[in-house]
Design a protein around this ligand. Structure first.
Ligand SMILES: Nc1ncnc2c1ncn2[C@@H]1O[C@H](COP(=O)(O)OP(=O)(O)OP(=O)(O)O)[C@@H](O)[C@H]1O
Ligand SMILES: [Mg+2]
Length: 708
């Protein structure tokens, strides 16, 4: 990393923005009075990158000289230009940091993101400060670190973190594998406990199989018995069915026999009737003949009756006509008499008025009436004669013909004929009866034969019924036996099923145990592999750990570090000193060795080995600066991304002028490894040896022009 510029504002005494740029010059001297802000300026570059001022305590907020501060640095790394900018605000406390690469933002504004990117580019703050920054108060100096911290720092320069990571990774793996091993052991133990039950399962399997076999035999026997009983039962059922059939046949036969009896009775009654008719033959024929005679008589009487009836009707007709005429004539007579009376009354007027004039208009009607009297009187006489004639005619008509005696005789004959009608019918049946008599007699014989047949069949069926009934007598017993055997068979089946299930369970358990045995074998094999892996990981952790290859690498590097330190000691010290780095020290308890990095200084003039604390102030400065430079160079050589800028703050304070100049020459030599060196000095002469001078006064900067 080659620093190109520093810009500061709002921190320490820098209330106004101040910027210093660097060009091609390699050595830059910074000078100014006490408290002017030199340390602030130098440390600002590191505060910008790592968020803290190396020689100052407290957070970055506590170094703000104004409410808000900004530090910006630009630098070159691997041919690329970077710009880092940090802004800090006190109330409320807030920070942002941006990192640009060739003007492209690559991290920020989050400070965590920025810090991660800076560490990736320039390494962690601790190792950077330890090798490139020599503070006024020696803060961050490797010499001030404890021996074990020094050793760790040296290890990190040598890239031994990779070994540590490898060792740690292997240790972690080993630990993880050990945990797995514990799990596997617990698993195997549990499985082995289960596996121990295998003989128990095998014995149970054998026992269950025996039981099942016995059960199967018993079931077989029971089923045979049951089959025999079923056959018997079927015979009984057949008998029952046959009984039913026979009974229904018996009933049919009884009905048929009953019908035959009825038919026989009817036929014999009919025969009896016919015989009765035949026995009455003479009487029937005589009465039938009598009937014929009466019928003939009735016919004759009926002719007489008809004639008499006609005569009677004629008599009645004449009588009623005469009576009608008499009535009419009587009526006419009455009318004529009335009219005659009326005319006589009117005609009497003529006599009363004593007028015989026919033309008297008052007597016209009377005259008319007088004239009518004669005519009416004549007509009346005619009518009275007619009435007398008609009355005589009626009288001469006499009595009507006598019809009643004939009618009575007729009725008597009809009654007699009716009474004899039955004999006529019987007479008509006589011939048929004689014919039927034979037929009915034959039919009766047939009925008797049929009846006998039915009776014989009934007898046979009854006998058969008795036989079948005997078969069914054992039915109840057989039923009971069947139900007992069936119950037994059911129980046997249930027991067999239960046993089969149990057998299945036992087999499943055996199967599971066999699997467990396989699993145990597998787990044991796995365990073996893991154990091998653990020992391999443990070996790796041992080899790459702090007690393995690492001390060897450090030991191998220390001669190089010692040589570099000697080189710087020779150039900056007039006195001859030698330095050696001890990487191991015996512990107080004796035998055990402790990892350390002791810096042992030997005064070559006296041959004394002394601790650095036991040298003069100036000597201490020289010695520590020589070691610091050697280490910086060593680190720069080892690092893949070396810092190319070196910072020194008031390192010359306690040196005499000669030593100071020697020291500055040695600093100049550093340009072999560093492209830029920034140093602070109170002595303007010493600053003048730099290629660029920066003057600091009350937080303001003035500097010589940059060399390009
Ligand atoms: N946190 C701070 N905030 C503001 N000012 C501070 C803070 N810390 C120190 N100062 C002051 O800032 C001024 C500059 O300090 P700095 O250490 O940069 O001085 P210097 O130039 O290096 O002096 P010296 O030659 O004595 O080392 C001093 O007056 C100091 O007291
Ligand atoms: Mg200072």
């Amino acid at each position: 990393m080659l620093l190109k510029s520093i810009h500061i504002e709002g921190f320490g005494p820098y209330h106004e923005a101040q910027t210093v740029q660097f060009g091609a010059e390699q050595i830059i001297g910074i000078y100014g009075p006490n408290g002017s802000g030199k340390t602030f300026l130098l440390e600002a570059a590191l505060a910008c990158l790592y968020e803290s001022f190396p020689s100052r305590k407290g957070t970055i907020y506590s170094h703000l000289g104004s409410p808000k501060g900004t530090i910006e640095v630009s630098f070159e790394l691997d041919g690329q230009g970077y710009r880092a900018m940090r802004t800090v605000q006190s109330k409320p406390q807030k920070q942002e940091a941006h990192l640009y690469c060739d003007n492209q933002l690559i991290a920020g504004p989050k400070t965590t993101e920025f810090a991660a990117e800076i560490e990736k580019l320039l390494g962690p703050a601790g190792s950077a400060l330890a090798c490139i920054f020599s503070a006024q108060d020696s803060a961050g100096d490797m010499i001030n670190l404890s021996p074990s911290e020094r050793k760790e720092l040296l290890a990190s320069w040598l890239g031994l973190e990779a070994c540590s990571r490898l060792a740690q990774g292997a240790a972690d793996k080993s630990k993880h594998h050990n945990m797995r091993l514990e799990d596997i052991d617990a698993h195997i133990k549990a499985m082995e406990k289960e596996e121990l039950r295998m003989p128990e399962y095998v014995a149970a399997l054998k026992e269950k199989e025996e039981q099942l076999k016995e059960n199967a035999q018993t079931t077989c026997e029971t089923n045979k018995q049951l089959q025999a009983l079923y056959q018997e039962k079927a015979g009984i059922e057949e008998a029952v069915r046959r009984i039913k059939e026979l009974r229904s046949r018996l009933e049919a036969l009884s009905r048929e026999r009953e019908e035959l009896k009825n038919s026989y009775t009817r036929t014999s009654n009919r025969l009896e009737e016919l015989e009765k008719i035949i026995r009455q033959k003479a009487e029937i024929e005589s009465k039938a003949r009598k009937h014929t005679e009466i019928v003939q008589e009735i016919t004759a009487t009926s002719d007489v009756m008809q004639k008499l009836q006609k005569e009677y009707q004629a008599y009645q007709g004449t009588k009623s006509r005469l009576e009608e005429k008499i009535h009419a004539t009587t009526k006419n007579i009455a009318v004529l008499k009335s009219r005659l009376d009326s005319c006589r009354k009117q005609a009497s007027t003529i006599q009363e008025v004593h007028c015989s004039r026919r033309d008297c208009k008052f007597l016209t009607e009377a005259w008319k009436a007088k004239d009518a009297i004669t005519i009416i009187s004549q007509k009346l006489t005619e009518e009275e004669q007619r009435l007398a004639h008609e009355t005589l005619q009626l009288k001469n008509l006499g009595q009507p013909p006598a019809i009643e005696p004939v009618l009575s005789k007729m009725k008597q004959m009809q009654t007699a004929a009716k009474e004899l009608e039955a004999y006529v019918r019987l007479a008509a049946q006589l011939e048929a009866a004689e014919k039927n008599k034979q037929h009915l007699a034959e039919e009766l014989d047939r009925f008797i034969i049929k009846g006998r047949e039915k009776a014989a069949e009934i007898e046979k069926i009854s006998a058969s019924l008795k036989e079948h009934a005997k078969v069914t007598e054992t039915s109840a017993l057989i039923e009971k036996q069947v139900s007992l055997l069936e119950e037994r068979s059911r129980k046997l089946s249930a027991a067999s099923l239960a046993m089969s299930q149990e057998l299945g369970e036992i087999k499943a358990r055996i199967q599971a145990t066999l699997k467990i045995q396989q699993e145990i074998a597998m787990q044991k094999e796995r365990r073996g592999k893991i154990t091998t892996e653990i020992s391999e990981y443990e070996a790796i952790a041992r080899i790459y750990g702090k007690n393995g290859v690492q001390p060897l690498i450090i030991d191998a590097a220390t001669p190089e570090l010692e040589a570099l330190t000697r080189q710087f000691l020779t150039s900056i010290c007039q006195k001859n000193f030698d330095v050696s780095f001890m990487t191991q020290r015996e512990t107080n308890k004796g035998k055990a060795l402790r990892e350390t990095l002791d810096i042992i200084i030997t005064d070559l003039a006296t041959g004394q080995k002394r601790d650095i604390a036991n040298f003069s102030g100036g000597e201490k400065v020289l010695l520590s600066q020589a070691i610091r430079m050697a280490m910086s160079v060593f680190q720069a050589q080892k690092s893949r991304k070396p810092w190319q800028t070196f910072f020194l703050d008031e390192s010359l304070g306690e040196l005499d002028e000669v030593n100071a100049e020697n020291f500055l020459r040695a600093v100049a030599d550093l340009t072999t490894w560093f492209r830029r060196i920034l140093y602070i000095s109170h002595t303007p002469n010493l600053t003048l040896q730099a290629q660029k001078q920066v003057k600091v006064e009350n937080g303001t900067l003035s500097h010589t022009a940059a060399l390009n």
